[in-house]
Design a protein around this ligand. Structure first.
Ligand code: ADP
Ligand code: MG
Length: 256
C-alpha cells in the first residue's frame, strides 16, 4: 500500500513541474554535489558528524550551487560548519591542486576566502574548525585578530601562505589598507560575514565598509557572499542589501 501510494503521489507532480534539487542532509552524501572527498572525510571521520543541522543543510546546499546566502539561526546551531564547508570547497575548485596537501609554497596574497568575525575568541574558534576541515587538503588557513602580535602573524602568513583568512574587522582593515603587509586578496572568491548582528552592535560598520572598498570589485572578480546572524534587525538587513547579490541569493531562517 505504501509503495502504491508513493508511486501514485509522486508520478503526476514529477510530470507537471521539474523536481526540485535534492536537499542533502547527510555529510556523507555531499559527494553527489561534487564536494571534495578529503573534505567530507574530515567531517565524517575526523569530527564524526553524520547529519547536518537545519541551518547547515539549508545553507550548504544553495551555497554549493553558487548562491549568496543570508541566514538567520540561533547560537549553537552549527553555523560555523555551514559556511566553512562551501567556502573550503570553493577554494579547492578555484585551485584544484589544493585538493591534496602540498609542500608547494603558497603566498600571503593568494587569499581566496575571508571570514569576518566580531571577536578574537570566535575568530580563533572558526580558525580551529577550518584547520580541522582542511587538514587533508592543501588549503592554508590563517587567523588575524586584534590584540595579538601583528608582526608574528605577518611572518607566519608570509612563510606559510594563506588561502582562507579568518579575521576580526579592525585587524583585517588594518592589514588590507597597509600595502606593506603583503596580505591581499586580488582573487577573492568568497566572503563570509559571521555574526553580523554582533559586528554591528560592537560598532564595526565603518570597518566593514572600508574592508569591502579594499577588496576587488565584485563585478570584476565575482565572489560569493554568505551572511550569518542570530537576529535580523534593520541594520543587518541593510548590510545584507549592500553585500548580497540580489539576483542570486537564498534567504534562510531556521526556528530550531
Ligand atoms: P553557532 O555558530 O551557530 O553558534 P557553532 O558552529 O559554534 O554554532 O556550533 C555549535 C556546536 O555544535 C559546536 O560544538 C559544533 O562542533 C557542533 N556541531 C556543529 N555541527 C554539528 C553537526 N552537524 N552535528 C553535531 N554537532 C555539530
Ligand atoms: Mg557562530
Amino acid at each position: 500500500l505504501i509503495r502504491f501510494y508513493a508511486t501514485e503521489q509522486a508520478a503526476p507532480s514529477r510530470e507537471s513541474n521539474p523536481e526540485p534539487p535534492t536537499l542533502i542532509t547527510r555529510f556523507e552524501d555531499l559527494h553527489t554535489l561534487g564536494v571534495n572527498e578529503r573534505l567530507i572525510q574530515s567531517i565524517t571521520k575526523g569530527m564524526r558528524y553524520e547529519t547536518m543541522t537545519e541551518v547547515q543543510s539549508m545553507t550548504i546546499n544553495p551555497a554549493l550551487r553558487g548562491k549568496d546566502v543570508v541566514a538567520q539561526a540561533k547560537t549553537g546551531t552549527g553555523k560555523t560548519l555551514a559556511f566553512l564547508v562551501p567556502v573550503i570547497q570553493r577554494i579547492i575548485e578555484a585551485q584544484p591542486e589544493l585538493e591534496r596537501p602540498s609542500r608547494k609554497r603558497a603566498t600571503a596574497d593568494d587569499i581566496r576566502a575571508i571570514v569576518i568575525s566580531p571577536t578574537r575568541e570566535l575568530a580563533e574558534q572558526i580558525g580551529e574548525e577550518a584547520r580541522k576541515l582542511a587538514r587533508n587538503t592543501g588549503v592554508r588557513v590563517q587567523t588575524a585578530v586584534g590584540g595579538t602580535q601583528k608582526n608574528a602573524m605577518l611572518r607566519k602568513t608570509r612563510a606559510e601562505g594563506c588561502h582562507l583568512l579568518i579575521a576580526t574587522p579592525g585587524r583585517l582593515n588594518d592589514l588590507l589598507s597597509d600595502p606593506t603587509s603583503g596580505i591581499a586578496a586580488p582573487r577573492l572568491a568568497a566572503l563570509v560575514l559571521d555574526e553580523a548582528d554582533r559586528m554591528l552592535e560592537v560598532g564595526f560598520k565603518a570597518e566593514l565598509e572600508s574592508i569591502v572598498s579594499l577588496l576587488p570589485d565584485r563585478n570584476t572578480v565575482p565572489r560569493q557572499t554568505l551572511l550569518y546572524s542570530a537576529t535580523l534587525p534593520k541594520n543587518v538587513v541593510n548590510i545584507a542589501r549592500t553585500y548580497i547579490n540580489p539576483a542570486n541569493f537564498e534567504f534562510v531562517q531556521t526556528v530550531r
